[in-house]
Design a protein around this ligand. Sequence first.
Ligand SMILES: Nc1ncnc2c1ncn2[C@@H]1O[C@H](COP(=O)(O)OP(=O)(O)OP(=O)(O)O)[C@@H](O)[C@H]1O
Ligand SMILES: [Mg+2]
Length: 363
Amino acid sequence: MYIKELKLKNFRNYRDLTIGFDNRVNLITGRNAQGKTNLIESLYMSSMGRSFRTGHDNEMILFGEDSAYIKVTAEKEYTSTKVEILLSDKSKKAIKKDGNTIRRSADLLDNIIIVIFSPDDLRIVKDEPEKRRRFMDRELSQIKPAYFDIYMRYRRALTERNTYLKEDSVKESMLDIWDDGLIRYGALLMKYRSEFIKDMSDISGNIHSSVTNGKENLTLRYVPNVQIAGDIKTQEEFIERELAAARERDIRTGTTSKGPHKDDFSFEIDGINVRSFGSQGQQRTSALSLKLAELELIRRDTGENAVLLLDDVMSELDPERREYLIRSLSDNQIFITTTDIDDSLMRAYPDAMIIKIEDGKVV
Ligand SMILES: Nc1ncnc2c1ncn2[C@@H]1O[C@H](COP(=O)(O)OP(=O)(O)OP(=O)(O)O)[C@@H](O)[C@H]1O
Ligand SMILES: [Mg+2]
């Protein structure tokens, strides 16, 4: 799939923009703070319904205005699709797909599939578990629309349980109600995650091996917070057991200490944990392999080539990894932001569309 056109009104530093894109490579260039990432952010909004930079939609409205509008038109093999988002500082954001209002964010997710790759993603191996959980949740939401729903239900039960745990007197019978939700949705989350990491391990292992000319073996391992079971019913029992064992402590500390909201996954090269023992180069290559595996899995599960947004990432890769990345992306539409278009980019993409941004305008 590819993004054909973007329209913005009062979005960040863009007052009014209409722009068509190349179906292969778009190089977005301009000095610092001109609006390159803002443009990427608006595209991403059409895929996920929210920003990768902020949880506050209001921040994306042009200073001094009270609403912002984004319209993205994308082409798939046999169909075209249009997503419109209206952000307003007075009401909830409104999202439309092909003219029809979308009520649940889950219904947006499998529509325009966008993957973003930023310098931040290169740190995923080294970062805190929360980053890796977010990766699993985001990817699974894109490829398995049912996942997002389960995830949201789990989150709701968790938030409500934690709020209740902070009250002065806690009734165990009330905790049972939220525990039921955590058990039911938690077991499903774990099943999806464990299959996902297994698939991602196979694919990223192959990619990593080819980036390193067969020198290194990368595997990913799911590190669940609750012991993993072979079937859903046993999984529910395991979570129930852990919640019961931790209940007294949870009441004392006012928070839920056990469950998939504490999950993680690890990267191992030839059996050695990359987070603790890997070199910086190995950590970056592992992150790159993971990102490329994500595109491959999307292709396999949805039959579509995701649109890839590369925000400032090219300059962070050494020539070898950069070459590899460029070679791997021959079927995806890509948007690359960069402050200067160097020779290697021009050589790699002689036919690219070059979009120069200055102060929220294409010049
Ligand atoms: N809500 C908003 N309204 C108006 N301007 C905004 C808003 N939010 C951010 N900006 C402006 O957008 C600019 C930053 O844009 P952006 O992050 O896209 O820069 P960039 O071109 O990616 O720069 P860099 O090369 O440094 O990454 C800043 O000047 C900031 O003040
Ligand atoms: Mg930027």
